[in-house]
Design a binder for this molecule. Sequence first.
Ligand SMILES: [Fe+2]
Length: 174
Amino acid sequence: MDADLLKGLNEHLKLEFRASHEYLAMSVWLAEHDLPGFARWVRQQSGDELLHAQRIIDHLVERDQKVVLPAVPAPPSGWDTAEAVCEHIMRNEQEVTASIDALYSLAEKVRDRPATVMLQWFVNEQMEEEAAARGLLGRIRLAGNTGVGLLMIDQELSAGRVPGIQSQAPASTA
Ligand SMILES: [Fe+2]
C-alpha cells in the first residue's frame, strides 16, 4: 500500500475513536438532563463509530498493513444546551467527511482499488451521518431549546425517527 495512504488511514482512526468517545460522553450528559431518547440515539452513534474504526482496521489487517492505534483525548464533560451537543456532532461529522474525501482522492490517485472500494462505503455513510446531524440540529433550532419542543424531539428519537434520514429503521428494543 502507498505509504501516505497507509499513514492517512491510520490517522483517520483517531477521528472515529474520538467521535465514539465524545458521543458516549454526550449520551451521559443527555441522560443526566432527562433526554433518554436523545441519549440512546447518541449512544448508538458512539457504537457505530467504533464499527467504522474496525472497518478500517480490518482492511489494513487483511492487507497485511501495520495498524497504529491512536491515543484518544478525554471528551468534554458537559455542554450548555442540547443544541450545543448537536452543533458538536455536526462539526465532528463534517471533519470526518473531509478526512474521508481526502483519503478517497488519495486512494484514486495511487490507483488503490481495494481502498477506493472500502472508502466508497464511508462516502455514503458520511452523507447519512451529516443528514441526520443536520436534521436534528434544524429541528432543535426550530422548536427544541424550550422544554416542550425538546421533549417532542426526544420522543421522536425514542421512537427511532431521526430527522433528515429518509429510510427509518424501527427503534431497537435491545
Ligand atoms: Fe464514523
